[in-house]
Design a protein around this ligand. Sequence first.
Ligand SMILES: Cc1cc2nc3c(=O)[nH]c(=O)nc-3n(C[C@H](O)[C@H](O)[C@H](O)COP(=O)(O)OP(=O)(O)OC[C@H]3O[C@@H](n4cnc5c(N)ncnc54)[C@H](O)[C@@H]3O)c2cc1C
Length: 495
Amino acid sequence: MSKALVCSCEDVTVEDIRHAVAKGFRDVESVKRFTGFGTGVCQGKSCLSAVAALLAREKAQKPEGIVPFTPRPPLYPTELSLLASFPVDESKPPVGGVPQELDTFPATLRPEGAVPTRARVVIVGGGVLGLALAYNLSLRGETDVVVLERGYLCAGASGRNGGGVRMQWGTAANIELAKRSIELMGRFARDLGINVWLRQGGYLFMAKTKPVAERLERNAALHNKHGVPTRMLTLDEARDVVPGLSLEGAQAVSYNPEDGVIFPWPFLWGYANACRKAGIKVETYTRVTGFELSDGLVRKVKTDRGDISCDTVVLASGAWSPEVARLAGVSLPNEPHRHEILSTEPLKPFLGPLVSVLDSGLYFSQSMRGEIVGGMGDPLEPAGLNMGSTLRFVSRFARALTEQLPNLGHVKVLRQWAGCYDVTPDNSPILGRTPGLENLLQLSGFVGHGFMMAPAVAERMAQWMTTGASDELFTRFNLRRFQEGKLEREDMIIG
Ligand SMILES: Cc1cc2nc3c(=O)[nH]c(=O)nc-3n(C[C@H](O)[C@H](O)[C@H](O)COP(=O)(O)OP(=O)(O)OC[C@H]3O[C@@H](n4cnc5c(N)ncnc54)[C@H](O)[C@@H]3O)c2cc1C
């Protein structure tokens, strides 16, 4: 059998590209994600033009729709120790990035033809929450649903996150939701026929200050009450779990062996495939531009491919939710905050759990491909839709990571990127009906943990929507709580 390579770093062949096209991935960004081409050491320098030419030859895309993928720094693989040596002024906020007006998808990628003129349910946002909800609605027989996504699948936070899934939370609601989600994730391959690389290597939280140590201890007791086997480790035990981990300054360590990591992208493809098979329309490169309202209801969703009249609209637009809600005259308290993240060259498996220093927001794990994937919050990051990458981040992260794992100094960073957390004032989501617009349902505000909550929340929301049975989740986390001062604070936020 001949093997014509287009991407030698990631071993992607001509046949792999054709297979991606046959599966419906027809633009460069989507093909990149489906095949992995362009994510290796050369970062697309040798394969991007070959894939573009192949897509043109296969007539996978209109010629004007064949546009390069977003380049990812660093230009060349660069050692963590070198990156750690760049000076950072911690007293000044980060600068740079991609202004929102430049972060648009070329109109040439917009599909020809109009969207359906009517649907019972319109979901705005094709991230994990919108797609998981659509899938769960289909399981309950509701297939008159359209999902509208302004970009490719995985364009939002759902395609940019760390893939951490954990039951170690600070509230009973989140512990129970995460438990259910991880159970559903374990069945995803069987239920949806796609491998999501769930690896339950645990989560190890480290606290370096007394208040955070007390928080870990308090929360571990709560986890145990909910059947989650979190335990506080001695420093020697922590060293056994992660050989080579520096525990200097650690005041407490908690560990749940049942937490883990997943590979986010296949979830979106799996949910989208299952939706399409059930007859649900998932419309990519289709932007919602407004709403037609009357008598306290949304009557129509306006898009750049025509209007859709509907009975119910679900706002699942992640960090863009406040912007989309404003189109309906609704004000949401969420704020987008950039979070940067990176991936190194692959290493032999050595790191069991995802490790997080809760005080600084540093986290890192090892993917099934062997890469170290990690990020760190920046306390000075201003609010705003910014998905640009900075040298400041890689430098801060490299320093923090090599403090915890000094042996990694020689390891090279292959690529960095960023996404936005969708942050609410109490770090809990906004769910349920919108006061004053009863058929506009909220499904946003998942901060930095929406991926792991999606399967369970979507299951509950589909049940609530199709049966009309009351569910406390949609009152407890309703938008009203901000006016009523009934905040639902979650304190186990990384970053
Ligand atoms: C760096 C980083 C690391 C993270 N790590 C984790 C983690 O380890 N574990 C975890 O569980 N979570 C993590 N998260 C959070 C998680 O990724 C999000 O909570 C989750 O993906 C949110 O899903 P969503 O569907 O609400 O939003 P998104 O995935 O952002 O989807 C919303 C979609 O709406 C679309 N949209 C916006 N405006 C419009 C419009 N006008 N018309 C049509 N479509 C529109 C956007 O293009 C987008 O695709 C992380 C996030 C980031 C940024």
